[in-house]
Every structure is written in C-alpha cells, then in structure tokens.
Write a protein that binds this ligand. Structure first.
Ligand SMILES: [Zn+2]
Length: 448
C-alpha cells in the first residue's frame, strides 16, 4: 500500500496524473489489496453505459449533505487498477479505510473483478446502450458481463432502470433483492423512433412494443408474446412540470411519497441520472432531503455533451450558452490529438437570450490556431455574427463555411471521416438533435 501511495505522489508531482498505475503496482504486490482497503466500508457501485459519472457525483453530494464522508473515484479511472488505486490512497497508515462510504463508478467489464473484492451494499445499473462502434450482439455481451458481476454478490441490493428493457430484465436472472426507478410519463417526440438498442425481448426474442417513449430506446415497454414488461418503479418521475436549458422541475414519487423536486441539470437524460441517484441513495439509507438537495444543486461543470455516430464519423455535441462554457468547450476540443472539424451554431431565440455578444468574451483564438483544427462551420440564425467573431479570432474568410439550415449543415458536415465537434447554443442544439436523429435513425447515446 505504501508503494501505491508513493507511486501516486510521484506521478502527481511529475504531472502524469497517476490514476491507474499506482493500483497496478499495489495489485502486483498483493492482488487482494482492494479487499483490505475497502473492508467494512459501505460501497455503492455504479455501472451501465451512460450517466455513471453524473450519477456518482450526485450520490457523493447527497452523502456530503448527510454528513457522511465518502470516497469517489473522481478521476474516471473505472477499471480494477484505477479503483484499487483510489481505495488504497484512501487508507490510513495501517492500511485501514479512512472513510466509511464509497461511491464507485465501475466499467461494465470490470464488474466481475471489482464486486467480489468490495462487497457493494448497492449495485446500480443505469442503462445499456450500444456504444459507438457496437452492434446489437455486443450490447448483449456487455449485459452478460454485468450479470456475471452481479451474480458474485447475490446479497447486494440491485437498483435498475425500469424503462430500459435490457437493464430491467437483469432482475429476472439474478437472486438479488431489486428496486426499480423510471419515468412514468411520455417525453419528447413519440414518433419516428427506430429502436435498435433494445428491439427484442431478451427472454423470447419477440419485437417489443412501446406504450410510450421517454429517451432513446427507453419507455413503457412490453413483450406482446411472453408477458415480459416494464416493472412498476418504486422511484419515479410521475410528472414533468418544466424543462428548460438550466434545470428541470418534476414530480417525484419515491415509495408512497410524492413531492416536487428540481433537478439542477438540463435534459431528459439527467432526469434519469437524478432518478438513479435518488433510487440508489434511498436504497443505501440516505435521507430523501439530502438526495433532493443533491439533485437540485448540481450544475453542469461542462455543459451538456452528447455523442452521435454517423457512418464512420464521430460527432460530439457540446451545449454552450455562455462564455465560460464556450471557453471550456474550446479547451476540450483543442485537447484533441487527432484532426477534427468544428461547427458553431448560434441562435438568438428567447430561450437562448437575444443578446449574443458573449461570444466575444470566449477564447476562440485557441480553436482557430489549433493545428488539429480543420474545417470550421457556422450555422444558426446568427451565423454571420459567429463568422465575424471567428474572423477576428484569426480565421481566414475561405476557412469558414456558412450554412444556416441545420439539415443541410449536417449533410455537409458528415462527409469525410474526421472527428466532428458541434458547439450549439440551446435552441440550435434542439434543431440539430432533431435532424441528427433523423440521420442516425434514432441512435443516440449519452455519457457522463
Ligand atoms: Zn418476450
């Protein structure tokens, strides 16, 4: 353990982060070190394709609100070595854990290694999506890996997303006690969904039917053949009262209690992240006040980020609505080690704010000067303003492609194989998403 801590200090000092390597050193010395370093701790383990990081942060906040000291693998190192490093660095001189609680984000594939060593009290599975390159068969493989992990700890309380057919049905295949969470009401466009992630009943292979959709392949699902259907969740959004660029207001049903809560992050998928945290937190015995406070006070550290895959092209969409967010997005894209194209989409509708002068306060020079940056697109009702801003940032007239219509913009952008970053403000993001979902046949995923 000392070796691990020393390694991490050394790596931190030499500016090389030090997330997974100290864990590898510790495990090489003693493969069971994680068991010792987590002994006696109450562990909430979070896995699934999307939403792990945000959900973990909400749980950490709720624990803090309740005065409980907790360990979190903040670095995003979610494999066995990274998790081991985090736990080992959280021990005292005698190698005993210093904090009573841990919230651990765990990669789906690493679950079977981590679970038997940390004995989680609660295992939360957020959802299962096809990841960028996956085919349907691969998401079923991931599901099997999660099952294998859960089966190693049959006493852990399982929190599952009722609206995701691939996730909810895990309950039928394990002995664990289970609680569910979900959204009871339809949301978004109810037509034009091509469900590719969870089209078939996992038990009998029949095509599932949906009474309504909430997000992507999630909603009120049922198998018309074998009776397999969405379980009734104990923690649920029973009404969506308001959704806007900054937060959502919903009616939450938790057990037999109904209350209004604010979720401090925008967008549908953050409703799921908040529900997941509330469900797992309740299962871990946290007070509902602390959980509501934690979901209400969350704010996006990095706006909203969403990924799409169109043919061979990876597209990342980052919502920017103020100079700080635009600065962060610029910082992020210029960290790319491969060549990329970038699009700025700027509307000035009421939900965006009519004043768009903030684009002058962000450091776009950084993007323009970045050697990896290739094509620049500008779009939206205020595309010309963005074009002017970028010219002042040093971009040549001929470098900037102006296309005001989102559908045509997408057609132009998706040629070629370079990575693509799209930075829209709020209403332009809504327009683009709609067009993108048409192009991708409804395939979307979220991270974080
Ligand atoms: Zn069936």
């Amino acid at each position: 353990m000392t070796a691990c801590k020393t390694a991490r200090r050394f790596l931190n000092r030499t500016g090389r982060g030090g997330t997974a390597l100290p864990g590898k050193i510790a495990m090489a010395l003693d493969p069971k070190v994680l068991r010792e370093a987590s002994r006696g701790m109450q562990v909430i383990l979070v896995t699934g394709t999307n939403g792990k990081t945000t959900t973990c942060r909400m749980l950490e906040k709720a624990l803090e609100e309740s005065g409980k000291d907790c360990l979190l693998n903040r670095s995003g190192a979610n494999l066995l070595s990274g998790i081991t490093a985090e736990f080992v660095c959280g021990t005292d001189r005698k190698g005993r854990p210093e904090k009573p609680y841990a919230v651990i984000e765990c990669d789906e594939g690493a679950l079977k290694q981590v679970v038997p060593l940390v004995h989680p009290g609660v295992i939360l599975v957020t959802n299962l999506f096809r990841d960028q390159l996956d085919r349907y068969g691969e998401v079923m493989n991931t599901r099997q890996q999660i099952l294998n992990g859960i089966r190693l700890s049959p006493e852990s309380l399982l929190c599952l997303n009722a609206d995701c057919p691939l996730t909810a049905t895990l309950a039928d295949e394990v002995k664990n006690p289970v609680v569910f969470y979900g959204i009871d009401v339809p949301a978004g466009d109810q037509t034009q969904r091509k469900i590719s992630d969870a089209k078939y009943c996992v038990h009998c292979g029949t095509v599932l039917s949906f009474a309504h959709y909430t997000y992507a392949h999630m909603g009120e699902w049922a198998c018309p053949s074998c009776g397999n259907k969405r379980p009734c969740p104990g923690t649920a959004v029973s009404a969506i009262l308001d959704m806007n660029p900054d937060f959502s207001l919903v009616e939450l049903r938790n057990g037999d209690r109904v209350r209004e809560i604010r979720i401090g992050l925008p967008a549908m998928y953050n409703l799921y992240n908040a529900l997941a945290a509330i469900c797992a937190g309740t299962a871990a015995g946290l007070p509902s006040e602390a959980l509501a406070e934690a979901s209400g006070s969350m704010s996006a550290c990095f706006g909203r980020m969403e990924g799409f895959r169109i043919g061979e092209k990876n597209l990342q969409m980052i919502l920017v609505k103020n100079p700080a967010g635009l600065d962060q997005a610029a910082e992020f894209v210029t960290g790319s080690r491969e060549e990329y194209d970038i699009a700025f989409c700027l509307n000035d509708k009421t939900a965006d704010g009519h004043d768009i002068s903030w684009i002058w306060d962000a450091d776009l020079e950084k993007v323009v000067k970045d050697p990896h940056r290739k094509a620049i697109y500008v779009s939206g009702s205020r595309a010309e303003d963005m074009q002017l801003r970028l010219k002042y940032a040093g971009a040549g007239e001929e470098e900037i492609i102006l296309e005001k219509k989102p559908d045509i913009l997408i057609l132009r952008m998706i040629t070629g194989t370079r990575r693509l970053f799209v930075l829209p403000n709020y209403t332009s993001m809504l327009e683009l998403r709609k067009e993108l979902l048409k192009t991708t046949g409804g395939v979307e995923f979220w991270k974080g």
